[in-house]
Design a protein around this ligand. Structure first.
Ligand SMILES: Cc1cc2nc3c(=O)[nH]c(=O)nc-3n(C[C@H](O)[C@H](O)[C@H](O)COP(=O)(O)OP(=O)(O)OC[C@H]3O[C@@H](n4cnc5c(N)ncnc54)[C@H](O)[C@@H]3O)c2cc1C
Length: 310
């Protein structure tokens, strides 16, 4: 009789063909990027089966629960069912992050360190090399577009507007690296609200880039700088024909604000991500007050001030 296989052996023998699959990874090293940003580099047996479709590729990260034990979801395609079948209180905490970089045998995630309040920030602060977590991430074996990203500017886009806070800095850095590598680049107007002046670091530069770092001042509420950027950013002077008077309201405390651009218009492309209440207000300013075409705008609530967003 064959001996029962360990979870790892079973996973090795298993080749998922779903768009996302589960990866078990261990922390290799931490690199401090700035007072509030830390890069965590991971490795794992099958990490080269991970892929990324765009610089804002999102993944789900599973952290240790209250007992401190690493997550142990099954490494085959039953992981999601197993997660959903767990009583809510027993599920490993799950948060959304961005693949900052993928190299042979390694991947990076840049964590905002916002203190001890959430399992993700807490883990990123205290984890030592060797610590294990699990990630649901795009599967290289999948024959198609795995999805899970919104940065899809039309080929030949002429102007892009990006407004973001620190949680979207990993995505924006990748976006600007991609733009810098183009032969013909769009004009890129970029506003980045950051926790402090010392966090305003690490972006590529190119002649068509107009970048404004917006460090928060003491007492500033999250998003205030992004709102004023939305009010003064250059937008097309011809208001969109369907001028969003009927913009559906959304309660960002209970629903996820996630508007996707759907147009191939090359003249103007918008990508906004950050604290959800601020993004909702930016949506109103850009679409209602300033007449930006709703179909050319990605508007994404990445997190909620004062609330958990699982
Ligand atoms: C598509 C997508 C991609 C993302 N990519 C990244 C990324 O690459 N790097 C990254 O750091 N974040 C990223 N985020 C944001 C991240 O998922 C949230 O910040 C998440 O809430 C952090 O989880 P937590 O366990 O630390 O805190 P939670 O348990 O979710 O929240 C606990 C408390 O902390 C507050 N809080 C959460 N995040 C912050 C913050 N950044 N600043 C201040 N207070 C906060 C909450 O309002 C709450 O009061 C991304 C989110 C999305 C949707």
């Amino acid at each position: 009789m064959k001996s029962p296989r360990t979870q790892n052996e079973a996973a090795e023998a298993f080749v998922s063909v779903l768009p996302y699959r589960l990866f078990e990874v261990r922390l290799l090293r931490k690199t401090v990027l700035s007072p509030h940003l830390c890069r965590l580099t991971f490795t794992g047996d099958d990490i080269d089966m991970m892929c990324t479709g765009a610089p804002d590729q999102r993944i789900k990260v599973f952290f240790p629960g209250a007992d401190g034990k690493p997550p142990s979801l099954p490494l085959d395609d039953s992981w999601l069912g197993a997660y959903q079948a767990m009583p809510t209180g027993e599920r490993p905490p799950r948060r959304t992050y961005t693949i900052r970089a993928l190299r042979p045998g390694e991947m990076d995630i840049d964590f905002v360190l916002h203190g001890e309040t959430g399992p993700a920030s807490r883990w990123a602060l205290h984890a030592d090399p060797g610590a294990r977590i699990q990630l649901a991430a795009p599967n290289r074996a999948y024959d198609g577009d795995t999805g899970g990203y919104e940065w899809r500017p039309p080929t030949g886009a002429k102007r892009v507007l990006i407004i973001a806070d620190e949680t979207a800095l990993p995505a924006v850095t990748g976006i600007l690296e991609d733009l810098a590598a183009l032969d013909v680049r769009p004009l890129a107007e970029v506003y980045l609200e950051m926790p402090s002046t010392d966090d305003c670091v690490g972006l590529p530069d190119f002649p068509e880039l107009n970048l404004e770092w917006l460090p928060r001042k003491p007492g500033d509420r999250h998003g205030a700088q992004m709102l004023s950027a939305a009010a003064r950013a250059h937008v097309p002077s011809d208001p969109a024909p369907d001028r969003a008077d009927a913009l559906p309201d959304i309660d960002v405390d209970t629903d996820i604000l996630w508007d996707r651009a759907t147009t191939d218009r090359k003249d103007f492309y918008v990508w906004v991500a950050g604290e959800a209440h601020a993004v909702k207000e930016i949506r109103r300013i850009l679409l209602k007050e300033r007449g930006v075409d709703r179909k050319s705008a990605n508007l994404m609530g990445y997190w909620r001030a004062g609330r958990v967003m699982d």
